[in-house]
Design a protein around this ligand. Structure first.
Ligand SMILES: Cc1cc2nc3c(=O)[nH]c(=O)nc-3n(C[C@H](O)[C@H](O)[C@H](O)COP(=O)(O)O)c2cc1C
Length: 314
């Protein structure tokens, strides 16, 4: 259970989340997969795998390869498409009162518009997370997608935009998303990597190039959160990349994130999100924070703001 003395609630546009720990897209399916391990309604929010307009069978296998410091994955957006999601998955989540953020991925502006219209106006959806795929690195194209999604999505439903670190300036992409109406930013989607099997002397992944996740990318994700928070202090940021423990989550809050997502850690420890939540609560309490919100961006304080006696002495 989380430490009862610390207020872990966090804001996501119009919604209040019970705690700042979410799942990362693609690592918790559509929620049902985690139900044998814990009550999914206890999550700050469940982020679904990316939903497409049409059913897709995904990339050829293998889709996941272990590397020395994290997973390389290229799934290729496998799934039943929006019809299947709305017919079976979303009702399951809504019935259990799971705070749900639906990741959407389109290949055209029209597809993003349709996904936003259909999912972003459905009861039981707290937010959309825009998976930008190929346009993630182009602030102009990114802005066009976000504008369309925001326009088609119900007012009270948060539009979160997942950004890539593989750009000259993550702040430029963040600014373009904000200007187009994003309510929050998710930092980061895994940078692309490659692994070759010395036995077969071919790429290990069927899709050749995959997204890198896990401990290797945490410093990159933290750097992105830090830079965007410094440039846009009021913007809600969700940190993702290598969160396995409460200490990892605390680092993201201190860098400026209002929430974190747990991704590939779930694949070998399905109850990791609630463990991270509880560990985060304990760490905040040990440092004298009454509210998680007070830790957001705390690492940015000026040297002359030291020492925060009441915080460091406990
Ligand atoms: C198996 C797998 C599937 C993923 N599927 C998606 C997806 O559908 N959409 C998406 O935006 N990100 C997807 N991701 C990326 C994660 O959401 C996350 O950005 C990345 O794994 C970094 O977080 P981590 O280090 O905690 O794993 C996937 C990652 C993995 C490992």
């Amino acid at each position: 259970m989380p430490d009862p003395t610390v207020d872990l609630t966090t804001r996501l546009a119009d919604a209040t989340l019970a705690n700042p720990v979410l799942t990362a897209a693609g690592c918790a399916g559509v929620g049902r997969e985690l139900a044998p391990f814990f009550d999914v309604a206890e999550l700050g929010a469940l982020v679904t795998r990316s939903i497409q307009r049409d059913a897709r069978s995904g990339l050829s296998t293998p889709r996941v390869a272990e590397t020395a410091s994290g997973l390389l994955s290229a799934v290729g957006q496998q799934g039943p498409g929006v019809d299947g999601f709305l017919a079976t998955d979303l009702p399951w989540l809504a019935q259990r009162k799971v705070r749900t953020v639906v990741s959407i991925a389109g290949t055209t502006l029209e597809e993003y518009a349709e996904l936003a219209r259909r999912i972003g106006n459905s009861p039981g959806v707290s937010g959309l997370e825009v998976n930008l795929l190929e346009v993630a690195a182009d602030p102009y194209q990114l802005g066009k997608v976000v504008r369309v999604v925001r326009r088609e999505t119900a007012r009270g439903v948060a539009v979160l935009v997942k950004l890539t670190s593989e750009v000259a300036s993550v702040v430029d992409g963040a600014a373009a998303a904000a200007e187009a109406g994003a309510d929050g930013l998710v930092l980061i989607g895994g940078p692309r990597g490659l692994s070759i099997d010395p036995a077969t002397m071919r790429p290990r992944l069927g899709g050749v190039v995959g997204g890198l996740s896990g401990p290797a990318i945490k410093p990159i994700a933290l750097r992105c959160v830090w830079q965007v928070h410094a440039a846009m202090p009021g913007m809600p940021l969700v940190g993702v990349g290598g969160v396995r423990t409460g200490a990892d989550a605390l680092e993201f809050l201190l860098a400026g994130a209002t929430a974190v997502q747990v991704g590939s850690a779930i694949l070998h420890d399905p109850s990791a999100p609630l463990r991270v939540r509880d560990e985060l609560g304990d760490l905040l309490a040990a440092r004298g924070f009454d509210r998680a919100a007070d830790a957001v961006g705390y690492a940015h304080r000026k040297p002359d703001e030291e020492p925060h006696e009441e915080l460091v002495q406990r």
